[in-house]
Design a protein around this ligand. Structure first.
Ligand SMILES: *Cc1c(COP(=O)(O)O)cnc(C)c1O
Length: 425
């Protein structure tokens, strides 16, 4: 043991971090504890987790309601094969989720993370048509979408700009711009043209908010029109709710705001309340029926070893119970209102533009001259961390997706630190 070295130094010897160019990146910060809305680093400094650790631990870190349930479960059921076996945590989770999922969702397929959740959504769309004997192999997606880092998910994402080594292996994808209200008729026109010229199997979309595109928000009616046209043309609608799911938009799912419902819904991130990795892809009876056959090859032959891990299911079920509780719904409303007030307060500030909010998601763009600051994003990140708030700006966009249990005082601290940026930059 190299006890004289701290975590950040020992990390560099053997660890390779995601989304990181190690030659130019700064050292990783050693985190020793995460509890409630706070992260603690090895020097003893604490940070408010203003982004719920990438939208996962929305009920707070190490929430005892969840950890107690998982601790009890792990004493008598850890892992079991989900082909041929089933178990109480998966059954109970399915019953609880069907009650809150968008109308029409009927069957749940488990996987490990958000990328495989969308990967399976894409596979469901492609194989649905394959099984019906339709020649449809093209996917439709939004410009600036992000759906994950496995091959199918990378193919439909347009934001993954560092994919040069893999692009020759992508599935075929056509894109439309997101509807903003003003451009709805142009988007619809482009969609109709594309439909005439391509055999689309499915449309994958982040409903209403594109997280990785710096919290870009869409027009509800525009999205509804797109989905309606897709449905009329037998294009399977795959809602990627990996980021938007489980209360962040103020409703259980973003799809709740849109009249036309998806055929398939992809979930991960807050699904297990940030405790354990898991993904889920749900679908309607119509999709399932296209795989239900005497012919074994028509089945969905996709499976991960840890599929429906009982502990992850237990965490997810406890999470759904928290989400649907009156107390948590009141918290979501409370934070929505705090965001609205903060938005009102800063909206006329010369350094603020393009304020957008849906539920507990709040974002705006910082108007500063980029050339004056070089890598603005890194400097903002450092400023926030120095002031005890963990926020990860995307370019010049500052966004908040704090846990629902963040107190008024803690929210105020996040807002104060953000206002501090207006003086500093
Ligand atoms: C994070 C994310 C993914 C990928 O999930 P991972 O668990 O990181 O693989 C897919 N889609 C959306 C919308 C996401 O936000």
């Amino acid at each position: 043991m190299q006890e004289n070295l701290n975590l950040a130094e020992r990390d560099k010897k053997h660890l390779w971090h995601p989304l990181t160019q190690h030659k130019t990146a700064s050292d990783a910060i050693g985190i020793t504890k995460a509890k409630g809305v706070k992260l603690y680093d090895e020097s003893g400094k604490e940070y408010i987790d203003g982004i719920s650790s990438w939208y996962t631990c929305v009920y707070g870190h190490c929430n005892e309601f969840i950890t107690d349930r998982v601790a009890a479960r792990m004493k008598n059921l850890d892992q079991v094969v989900f082909s041929g076996f089933t178990h109480q945590p998966a059954v109970e989770l399915s019953e609880a989720l069907i009650k809150i999922l968008p109308e029409g969702q009927q069957k749940l397929f488990f996987n490990d993370n958000g990328s495989t959740a969308t990967e399976i959504g894409i596979k469901m769309a492609l194989q649905y048509h394959h099984n019906l004997g339709n020649d449809r192999k093209v996917m439709l997606a939004f410009e600036e979408g992000f759906h994950g880092d496995t091959f199918g998910a990378m193919s439909v994402s347009s934001l993954s700009v560092y994919n040069g080594a893999f692009e020759d292996h992508f599935i075929e994808v056509q894109r439309i711009p997101v509807p903003t209200g003003d451009n709805n008729s142009e988007v619809i026109e482009k969609l109709q043209q594309l439909i005439q010229n391509h055999n689309f199997a499915g449309f994958i979309y982040e409903p209403l908010v594109q997280g990785a595109a710096a919290m870009k928000m869409h027009d509800k009616e525009g999205l509804n029109q797109i989905l309606k046209i897709c449905k009329e043309n037998e294009i399977i609608c795959v809602a990627d709710e990996v980021m938007t799911g489980f209360g962040k938009t103020g409703s259980y799912f973003a799809s709740d705001y849109i009249a036309t419902k998806p055929d398939v819904v992809c979930m991960s991130k807050a699904l297990t309340a940030g405790l354990l990795p898991m993904g889920l892809t749900s679908c309607s009876q119509k999709i399932y029926d296209a795989f239900y056959s005497e012919d074994i090859a028509k089945g969905l032959f996709h499976g991960h070893t840890y599929t429906a891990n009982p502990l992850a299911c237990t965490a997810a079920l406890a999470g759904v119970e928290l989400l649907t509780s009156e107390a948590m719904q009141a918290n979501i409303k409370r934070i929505e209102k705090l965001h609205q007030d903060f938005g009102e307060k800063i909206k006329n500030h010369p350094k603020v533009s393009n304020i957008r909010q849906l539920g507990i998601i709040f974002a705006f763009d910082l108007n500063v001259k980029m050339e004056r600051y070089g890598n603005l994003r890194n400097q903002l990140f450092r400023y926030f961390m120095d002031h005890g708030v963990f926020l990860r700006p995307l370019g010049s966009t500052i966004y908040i997706t704090a846990p629902y249990i963040t107190s008024d005082e803690e929210m105020q601290k996040i807002y104060d630190v953000i206002e501090g940026v207006f003086e500093q930059f």
